[in-house]
Design a protein around this ligand. Structure first.
Ligand SMILES: Cc1cc2nc3c(=O)[nH]c(=O)nc-3n(C[C@H](O)[C@H](O)[C@H](O)COP(=O)(O)OP(=O)(O)OC[C@H]3O[C@@H](n4cnc5c(N)ncnc54)[C@H](O)[C@@H]3O)c2cc1C
Length: 331
């Protein structure tokens, strides 16, 4: 069975076990969050060349891939590996100062940060926030990059959530946090400006989508831009006025708030993805952006494809939250 060498110790990896599960089973400290190859919180470097499976390098920048960086949460070793934590300077660590905290609804906080260094990002990508004790979580970037180094995040407080609780309760204006990234391919590319853009999000899935809408409009996108934001109750929605004003200003932009229960007169009743696909049943040559609840993203990706969208034009960020070790439950 493969041996994993980590911090000068050797650990036997069981058949079919991922590198991350092996380390956690041996009570090793190893940061992680989504544990499904999305958030990149667990990023490590293989010191013996290319890691065994290609999927363990999916979504990682080419230059990092070439240096053996990989995601241990989806890497099942086929031979011995010697691994280490990434050199955070090499993977683009930056320090950011909290500029402001504003509640957007009862649970969602708008956090604006000023990066100390030049930070190249596209609205819709995500960054990783590092708590001083090593906890890492991903948050999507909700604003356009105007080269000012300012980032806007929408952070929902989860009951018992470690990072979201810390961000809501402990960080204050002027606090400094460590970030890495940006990562992710869910952003607007300024091409095909007459084509349609369909954006569907639940909860804070609105963060990347609002950024993408603003980015597309600033680039002079001419085609229809339709944003469906869903929540269980009206109170779960946010940025309503901002988006209504944006829609009033740009005739090609439509904002459709959707709720499962107690819809107000300007909202649609039902699930955002179902309403969006009912109203946009031919997605041939459309770009589709899906963010938020992992189950919604998974089923909407399939549905968008069945309605004609090409897989290469479906961009998705499932907001996978951490799950307890040794469990298959997706929380
Ligand atoms: C690509 C990406 C982008 C994201 N963008 C955003 C964003 O823009 N905004 C945003 O708010 N979030 C976003 N997320 C989610 C975010 O990364 C965090 O997962 C989220 O904030 C919760 O982290 P936490 O540390 O507060 O909660 P955790 O402490 O990780 O807990 C998560 C939930 O699971 C429960 N839980 C944890 N451990 C256990 C256990 N052992 N047993 C039972 N229940 C448990 C907790 O009670 C909590 O409800 C994104 C995720 C990804 C992957």
């Amino acid at each position: 069975m493969p041996i994993i060498t980590y911090r000068n110790d050797n650990f036997v990896c069981e058949t079919g076990e991922t590198v991350l599960d092996c380390l956690l089973r041996h009570k090793q400290e190893a940061p992680s969050s989504c544990r499904s190859g999305v958030c990149q919180s667990c990023l490590m470097q293989n010191l013996n060349g290319t890691p065994p499976s290609n999927t363990s390098q999916n979504g990682i920048k080419d230059t990092f891939q070439a240096q053996g960086y990989f995601l241990p949460c989806v890497c099942i070793p086929t031979g011995d590996m010697e691994i280490c934590q990434p050199n955070r300077d090499a993977v683009g660590k930056t320090i950011a100062k909290i500029l402001s905290k504003t509640m957007l609804n009862n649970d969602v906080l708008r956090l604006t940060l000023q990066c100390a260094d030049v930070f190249n990002f596209r609205a819709g990508q995500f960054i990783s926030v590092h708590r001083p004790d090593g906890l890492i979580r991903s948050y999507s970037i909700a604003n356009r990059n105007n080269s000012s180094g300012i980032l806007e995040l929408h952070v929902r407080r989860l009951p018992g959530g470690q990072m979201s609780g810390w961000i809501h309760d402990v960080l204050i204006d002027g606090s400094r946090v460590e970030l890495t990234g940006p990562s992710g391919n869910c952003f607007y590319i300024p091409s095909d400006i007459d084509g349609g853009l369909l954006l569907i999000g639940t909860g804070t899935g609105l963060a990347p989508l609002a950024g993408i809408v603003n980015d597309a409009l600033m680039h002079g996108h001419n085609g229809p831009i339709r944003l469906y934001h869903g929540s269980w109750q009206p109170e779960g929605l946010y940025l309503i006025e901002e988006l209504q004003k944006l829609a009033a200003k740009h005739t090609n932009f439509e904002y459709v708030p959707c709720v499962d229960q107690n819809a107000l007169d300007f909202m649609k009743a039902g699930r955002a993805d179902q309403i969006a696909f009912r109203e946009n049943a031919n997605l041939k040559s459309w770009r589709v952006f899906l963010c938020g609840h992992p189950e919604m993203v998974k089923s909407a990706r399939k549905q968008a494809f069945l309605l004609g969208a090409s897989m290469s034009r479906i961009y998705a960020d499932p907001f996978v939250v951490s799950k307890p070790f040794d469990s298959n439950i997706m929380i």
